[in-house]
Design a binder for this molecule. Structure first.
Ligand SMILES: Nc1ncnc2c1ncn2[C@@H]1O[C@H](COP(=O)(O)OP(=O)(O)OP(=O)(O)O)[C@@H](O)[C@H]1O
Ligand SMILES: O=P(O)(O)OC[C@@]1(O)O[C@H](CO)[C@@H](O)[C@@H]1O
Length: 312
């Protein structure tokens, strides 16, 4: 079973505006609402690849019911713990004129001690040997920063594979427990290493050194520049594909879904990267946080394969 964990999910409200003016009344040309949060986005893309997942985390408040309905409609197994607090709404501003994507993410609800214990109990009971567990996104404000570290250890002890897509302290704690796969973007990797930016060479070195420490697969996404993928066998570089950008939200999550799918299908390293790049490109060419389809991905795959080279 593939289990995605989204402890701080969100209703993503995407507004398309033709030239935002700060301090003025702006009128949106179009809006859309998508259930989101990194783990949920991974589940959505895996579903479009024909792969079932179980999604868990916390859901509560006025949007809990429509959120669950949407999970159900999408065929994602809903095992979210119901909470007293309100699940957040995150604003995604797409400015067509200035060609910018701006996110305004709420902090999310407080989680009570009882709610967290309920989640941990469920997690311990559910995760089994051979499962792939995806721990993705930020944590609600009052949750201990070492939670991803603890959840990584628990899943590894059971013989499950763990994939982390996080940043800051939660990422640091998780890395101590050596998850099997990680997908930082270059900014998150730089921050983990205490640097403002990283050169291409520094990214390759950092990815290699994380693999040497025991993380089997390190995929570093680099926005329009593409990505770098390191494993025990090789390091591959994928040059960014040229696509018409509709929304960059969830591009990284789509890559995580590709990484998980490739693991399940036992794809080679270069094929894994090609699929991840094609899925990332398909995601940015899709509106809002809507999942790209398998057909969208197929369209970019040949180009993605051509744009991969091995780093010696
Ligand atoms: N402007 C772009 N043009 C082409 N491809 C892109 C663009 N932005 C992202 N991608 C593709 O999507 C992948 C993931 O993007 P990015 O590095 O921005 O992820 P991220 O920061 O984790 O995103 P998020 O947190 O919103 O999911 C990139 O490696 C690339 O393959
Ligand atoms: O606040 P976090 O958990 O870091 O990120 C949340 C979020 O921005 O991530 C997804 C895109 O990757 C969106 O669906 C969601 O709104």
């Amino acid at each position: 079973m593939i289990i995605t964990v989204t402890l701080n999910p969100a209703m993503d409200k995407t507004m398309v505006i033709d030239g935002i003016e700060i301090g003025e009344v702006n009128r949106a040309d179009s809006i859309r609402n998508d259930i989101g949060g990194k783990g949920i986005n991974v589940s959505k893309v895996l579903k479009s690849f024909g792969t079932d997942t179980l999604a868990t985390g916390f859901l509560g408040g006025m949007i809990e019911e429509p959120f669950r309905k949407e999970l159900n409609r999408m065929g994602i197994k809903d095992q979210f713990i119901s909470i007293q607090g309100n699940t957040r709404t995150n604003i995604k501003l797409v400015d067509r004129k200035n060609e910018t994507n701006t996110d305004i993410n709420e902090p999310g609800p407080l989680i009570s001690g009882g709610e967290i214990e309920k989640f941990i109990g469920f997690y311990k009971e559910t995760v089994k040997k051979g499962d792939i567990v995806v721990l993705a996104g930020g944590l609600p404000p009052n949750i201990s920063q070492d939670l991803y570290g603890r959840l990584t250890r628990m899943a590894k002890d059971k013989g499950a594979l763990v994939v982390i897509d996080a940043e800051g302290e939660p990422l640091k704690h998780a890395l101590v427990e050596l998850p099997d796969m990680i997908k930082p973007n270059e900014k998150e990797l730089a921050s983990y290493l205490g640097k403002a930016v990283l050169t291409e060479e520094e990214i390759v070195q950092a990815a290699r050194s994380l693999v040497e420490k025991g993380i089997q697969k390190v995929l570093v996404s680099r926005g329009e520049k593409g990505s770098i993928f390191a494993t025990e066998r090789s390091v591959f570089m994928g040059i960014g594909l040229e696509v018409e950008v509709k929304s960059t939200v969830g591009a990284g999550d789509s890559m995580v879904a590709a990484l998980v799918f490739a693991e399940k299908e036992k794809l080679s390293d270069s094929e894994t990267l090609a699929l991840a790049q094609a899925t990332g490109a398909a995601a940015v060419a899709t509106e809002g946080t809507e999942a790209c389809t398998r057909e969208d991905v197929e369209r970019y795959l040949a180009d993605a394969r051509e744009k991969i080279k091995e780093v010696r």
